[in-house]
Design a protein around this ligand. Structure first.
Ligand code: UDP
Ligand code: GLC
Ligand code: MN
Length: 343
């Protein structure tokens, strides 16, 4: 897989963890770029066999990317580096926003380039999951094609579909069944098919602008919160599974490597205690705490200390979701308060 930043790294970690959970026999490799933080890199090293650093390849093709309404996808050309992994004879690339639901090692029996149809244009393959064979020759031909012609969508998928242009017509064995790359958008674009075939899904792909890590998750109900008009909510079980994997397998690693600031340990370790005491002392409302907490960014740089304010004013700010997590309302202060209650 690939991640160019700490946000997509969360996806990569959940993906890696899901593959391990389903006992893959393959080696797990993640391509990263220098933008990924050192502490995130340490966590990636606990899940992946190899954490490699590569240069960012960015199409900078804002015209085509604007057509897709995804200006951020120019960097997906960085994916092309996977062809340079010649220490391996056969690989499966998986986007960082995919999740394995079962063992998929049988994919290694397929040849380059095997992929599932794109749900938006099924004569193109979707480049979120594909089987390939590393080769420096292919790698340099892809880079050459990118520099000479560019990519018709500004990202890797357009370029790869141009390079492997006979995919649609030549060899049906290279068409992966859709269950190996079930785009979450297909659940609502073809719900009846999902109801018949969805139970066989092997890989779910959270394709689209809003990724699982952008949702708010309530660890108590074990479900994501969302607006009712959000189509992903038609079948939230995949999102909930992503979050369950994240909170049970990945968050503890973040805590261990100091990536979770105090307030996050508080959510996961002391949440019940805090909520109970917070209720009993009228300190705050549970939904406000969890809502405000889940909007914090992991690995965020602490905000500068706020000037001191009265207890009343602090309470008011807290209730508006503006807690001073790194200062007066920090974990240490809350813990101290709890300790006095407990004693
Ligand atoms: N990616 C990344 N950083 C970015 C955007 C994308 O590392 O800023 C990688 C990541 O592996 C991601 C893949 O490129 O899964 C393709 O992007 P995305 O999944 O967002 O595209 P979509 O599948 O939604 O079209
Ligand atoms: C897609 C694919 C993604 C690819 C992007 C840019 O929709 O899902 O893997 O990176 O297009 O080409
Ligand atoms: Mn994707």
């Amino acid at each position: 897989t690939l991640t160019t930043n700490d946000a997509y790294a969360k996806g990569a970690l959940v993906l890696g963890s899901s593959l391990k959970q389903h006992r893959t026999t393959g080696k797990l490799v993640v391509l990263t770029t220098p933008q990924v933080s050192d502490s995130m890199r340490k966590v990636l090293e606990t899940v992946f066999d190899e954490v490699l650093t590569v240069d960012v390849l960015d199409s900078g093709d804002s015209a085509h990317l604007t057509l897709m309404k995804r200006p951020e996808l120019g960097v997906t050309l960085t994916k092309l580096h996977c062809w340079s992994l010649t220490q391996y004879s056969k690989c499966v690339f998986m986007d960082a926003d995919t999740l394995a639901l079962t063992n998929i090692d049988d994919l290694f029996e397929r040849e380059e380039l095997s992929a599932a149809p794109d749900p938006g244009w099924p004569d193109c393959f979707n480049s979120g999951v594909f089987v390939f064979q590393p080769s420096m020759e292919t790698y340099s031909q892809l880079l050459q094609l990118a520099s000479e012609q560019g990519s018709f969508d500004g990202g890797d998928q357009g370029l790869l579909n141009t390079y492997f242009s006979n995919w649609a017509t030549t060899d049906i064995r290279k068409h992966l069944p859709f269950i190996y790359n079930l785009s979450s958008i297909s659940i609502y674009s073809y719900l009846p098919a999902f109801q018949v075939f969805g139970a066989n899904a092997k890989v779910v792909h959270f394709l689209g602008q809003i990724k699982p890590w952008n949702y708010t998750y309530d660890p108590h109900t074990k479900s994501v919160k969302s607006e009712s008009h959000d189509p992903s909510m038609m079948h939230p079980e995949f999102l909930n599974l992503w979050w369950d994997t994240f909170s049970t397998q990945i968050l503890p690693l973040f805590q261990h490597h100091g990536l979770v600031k105090d307030t996050h340990s508080y959510i996961n370790v002391l949440s019940d205690l805090v909520y109970t005491l917070a209720f009993s002392c009228g300190f705050c409302r549970k939904e406000q705490v969890s809502g405000a907490m889940s909007h914090l960014l992991l690995g965020e740089v602490p905000a500068p200390p706020q000037p001191s304010v009265s207890s009343e004013e602090r309470k008011e700010r807290w209730e508006q979701g503006q807690a001073d997590y790194m200062g007066a309302d920090s974990f240490d202060n809350i813990k101290r308060k709890l300790d006095t209650y407990l004693q």
